[in-house]
Design a protein around this ligand. Structure first.
Ligand SMILES: Nc1ncnc2c1ncn2[C@@H]1O[C@H](COP(=O)(O)OP(=O)(O)OP(=O)(O)O)[C@@H](O)[C@H]1O
Ligand SMILES: [Mg+2]
Length: 161
């Protein structure tokens, strides 16, 4: 993970996992992370690292919960991995009780949060992944709300900015 003023450069998939793991060690229960980035940007790879940092046992393989929309893994707090890519009807959000999941005391990581625009109105930490030099990725983290901002500052203190 190479810090730069525009964020961090992640040279390969393991660097994406390492960044997720570093963040996972810092996040408090209740935090909502919104993962933005194009198809294949590395959001699920980052979630695998987050799971590691949250103490999810390695045998809990974190893959794209494409068909499930929500997968919860046990860790030091529950890790809710949500992928809204295939969300059909917005009513599915309520049918699945996603609002309750996000308000619970786990840590939630949402891929394709654009499918549920109201999500961005609440407190959250935004993880943005984009193409970087040499086939790698660039990571940017922004925060909305005091708790998320505290996590962002702690991450910067540990890994530069
Ligand atoms: N820093 C990186 N450098 C190069 N390749 C990476 C990096 N991080 C992840 N990848 C690779 O990018 C590919 C896509 O990753 P991933 O499935 O995590 O993306 P995604 O954003 O979740 O995609 P989707 O939008 O389909 O959910 C994988 O092959 C992964 O190994
Ligand atoms: Mg994915």
């Amino acid at each position: 993970m190479i810090g730069a003023t525009e964020g961090w450069l992640l040279t390969d998939a393991e660097a994406t996992r390492a960044a997720g793991a570093a963040l996972g060690r810092l996040v408090p229960a209740g935090l909502v992370l919104l993962a933005e980035g194009d198809l294949g940007a590395g959001k699920t790879t980052f979630a695998q690292g987050l799971a590691r940092g949250l103490g999810v046992p390695p045998e809990h393989y974190v893959n794209s919960p494409t068909f499930a929309i929500l997968q919860t893994h046990p860790g030091r707090v529950p890790f809710h991995h949500i992928d809204l890519y295939r969300l059909g009807d917005p009513d599915e959000i309520w049918a699945l009780g996603l609002d309750d999941v996000l308000e619970g005391d786990g840590v939630s990581f949402v891929e394709w949060p654009e499918r549920w625009p109201e999500l961005a109105e609440g407190p959250h930490l935004r993880v943005h992944l984009a193409d970087g030099p040499g086939g790698g990725r660039r990571l940017e983290i922004t925060a909305q709300g005091a708790v998320a901002e505290g996590v962002r500052q702690a991450f910067i203190a540990a890994h530069g900015s």
